[in-house]
Design a protein around this ligand. Sequence first.
Ligand code: 13P
Length: 249
Amino acid sequence: MRTKIVAGNWKMNNDQNETNALIKALKSQDSFGNTRVIIAPSYVHLAQAVALTNDCEIEVSAQNMHEAKSGAFTGEISPSMLSSIGIRTVILGHSERRAYFGENDDTLSKKVANALDHDMEVIFCFGEELEDRKSANHFEVVKAQISNVLFQLNAADWSRIILAYEPVWAIGTGETASPEQAQEMHAFIRNLIQDQYDTALADEVSILYGGSVKPGNAQEIFSKQDVDGGLIGGAALNAADFTTIIKSI
Ligand code: 13P
């Protein structure tokens, strides 16, 4: 059985008080059952988020980290800094990092290697732009994004990889991929992994969908066979909405 995961990417939202309040509101919900629940607040609130969640099942992830282990990289955060405050998971390759901060396959390969070197788990994001889909190039784009960065890993490394398919045209736009479009892409991804590695490994990898997941559409998307949960942006900033999404699994 693949692990079901719902992760909230808070992006550059929530000050210290808002971070505390949102975590407390999430903690007041019933148990989330077998679903792994992960939140990704900003760097400056990670330590407080870890402290607030150490008595519950909610896990805390970073939204990014630098590809180097340490050194003269003013303003950057290393994986050892993250792991020293109890962070075991990091989101890498988000389309906003790729679009606004120039992250490419080369940078991401280094980041993934550095995260794994520090025993961290990676939520690896990828997804096509609208033009790619319009020109029926979306499968090729996704294949390249995954294979260029992740197919150099050995099979054992994949126990620490979570995939997140986030079509760029669906992020923050209110437009989601249809459940069928999500399933089609997730099945394509699982086949890629099966071809590169083997069926057992492909069956074990959790593949999340992200892009305008809301309480009203989560259940239908999560019901698809190869969709193992979601990476949630806007709706993760509201405790009631995020909880409804988690319980939709
Ligand atoms: P939205 O849910 O706001 O579309 O954001 C998705 C996302 O980018 C999660 O990483």
